[in-house]
Design a protein around this ligand. Structure first.
Ligand code: HEC
Length: 140
């Protein structure tokens, strides 16, 4: 292709890019910043808990089988589900337990990634205690 046509093509593409960027910037379905939007989990508590049980099981199995990456991935997902769980209830103790579980799952995921077996076991115990603490008060 001759250099003039190549240059014309490049300029054309840059123009298209700028046009797309401008229309994207101007377009917003929800102008509110993230902080002003209330978070609402899509999962009902029952389904969320079934998921937590599944993930916690995967983590414990992965730890036994030394499947560190798999177990770590499940721990990261469980951390996010626990984070979402903190929005399922207004009570401060409920939110605190869910948030604590989320943080402990982050540490757990990191320990698993490092193949720190003792550290991971310690966090599994802590997470299990938090499941229990919240259930003692809120599971009917
Ligand atoms: C911050 C509170 C909280 C934490 C932490 C928590 N749960 Fe739950 N869980 C609940 C509530 C509330 C229910 C009852 C749900 C209902 O009645 O629909 C429940 C119920 C359950 C159930 C029974 C299913 C059902 O809906 O009846 C399972 C299984 C379960 N949780 C697993 C876990 C596991 C595993 C953990 C920890 C890894 C955990 N939960 C941590 C609040 C919590």
């Amino acid at each position: 292709m001759n250099p003039v046509r190549v240059r014309a093509m490049i300029i054309g593409m840059l123009g298209l890019g700028a046009f797309l960027a401008a229309t994207q910037l101007g377009y917003s379905e929800d102008p509110k910043p993230a902080a002003a939007r209330a978070y609402k989990p899509v999962q009902p508590i029952h389904e969320m808990m079934e998921g937590q049980k599944k993930l916690f099981g995967e983590i414990k199995d992965g730890l036994l089988d030394k499947q560190w990456n798999k177990a770590s991935q499940s721990a990261w997902i469980l951390a996010e589900v626990a984070n979402a769980n903190s929005y399922q209830h207004e009570a401060a103790d409920y939110r605190d337990w869910a948030a604590k579980m989320a943080q402990d799952c982050v540490t757990l995921a990191q320990n698993l990634k490092k193949k720190d077996e003792a550290g991971a076991k310690e966090m599994v115990t802590k997470v299990g205690q938090t499941c229990q603490a919240c259930h003692d008060k809120y599971q009917k």
